[in-house]
Design a protein around this ligand. Structure first.
Ligand SMILES: [Zn+2]
Length: 128
């Protein structure tokens, strides 16, 4: 009976240690996570692999090429600026660093009527 218990335990231990060897590209540790779902914030880690979130949780068993200690910092999805006046600034500052540094990843423009009329032409210009 004791031998059977040991045999059952070995696969469980193997599974546990194999999970500890997961790899990701970026591991953000100890951040105060605000996930954008409306839930309360919580402390945790975020594993990012190939540009996508692989897992979110506490004390994630990941190794990473780059680890960021976010202790004392907030980790949140990008913010949306719902009223901007960036029309024409795209050419001057195509990387939009001023928005990125503030955490803004999406903007809404043209709310006040100052926008390109030919949206197709405008989008073609942006893509080029
Ligand atoms: Zn406006």
């Amino acid at each position: 009976m004791r031998r059977l218990q040991l045999l059952l335990l070995i696969p469980l231990l193997f599974t546990f240690f194999c999970q500890g060897q997961s790899n990701c590209d970026i591991l953000i540790k100890n951040g105060k996570i605000i996930d954008g779902t409306g839930n309360s914030w919580y402390y945790g880690d975020i594993a990012v692999k190939e540009g996508k979130i692989e897992r979110i949780g506490k004390s994630l068993p990941f190794t990473a090429n780059q680890t960021i200690d976010a202790k004392g910092l907030i980790v949140a999805p990008g913010f949306i600026d719902v009223h901007t006046h960036i029309e024409g600034d795209e050419a001057k500052n195509p990387t939009a660093d001023n928005f990125i540094y503030d955490g803004v990843t999406t903007v809404v423009a043209g709310n006040c009527g100052a926008s390109n009329v030919d949206i197709g032409k405008y989008l073609h210009w942006i893509d080029s």
